[in-house]
Ligand binder design. Sequence first.
Ligand SMILES: *Cc1c(COP(=O)(O)O)cnc(C)c1O
Length: 231
Amino acid sequence: MIGDRIAEVKEQIRLRCEKSNRDPSEVTLIAVSKTKPLSMITEAMESGQAEFGENKVQEMCEKAAQLDGQPVHWHLIGHLQSNKVKKAVSVAELIHSVDSLSLAQEIDKYAAKAGKCQDILLEVNVADEESKFGLKPDEVIPLVKEIAGLKNLRLRGLMTVAPYTDDAETNRPYFRALHDLMVDINKKNIDNISVDILSMGMSGDYGVAVEEGATHVRVGTYLFGERDYSK
Ligand SMILES: *Cc1c(COP(=O)(O)O)cnc(C)c1O
């Protein structure tokens, strides 16, 4: 069942890549398993899924501990508080949600202690929604320049959570803007900085995101069903 859904999403990714002259191998499907039980993760793993996304550090760490030793890669996609950085760094392969210098410095500090170079993305609020975390687009390049000197961080790219919509097309300009911002960063030739990851697109709009250059799509509801937050 989950395996069929994963296959469907991958087929959609393939079609969208074909349409936009991209190679499907450039696009990673992150299965967003937040609030979902471990049994669903292991079911997804049976169809070869290895990339999973969680938005809470505690939940990510608990699931990671239960799957210790298995070929699973964890993506932290939710807002990260500085007091949870140490735990986040111990488990996350990629932290998608960095949105301040102080957070970047904190991650750098704990990555150094762990003897690790932590891959991160900067979260950008491209649609300028009040309710959302993330940097304003014009704050991104100044922050990139500041974090370029942090030795235990590797900035890999950008992430956005586009507005919730019934019509994915309305998010196309936001995905395009995130892509353009990535191009701008690379053009600045900042020391140590070369970015190639664009984490954008969720259940409702990942197809459009792929057409606009997403390298990582974060799909939860379509794979695992609606989330129940009442418990
Ligand atoms: C929950 C979540 C997703 C997945 O959203 P769906 O609409 O369930 O696919 C993707 N990205 C982030 C940051 C999320 O918090």
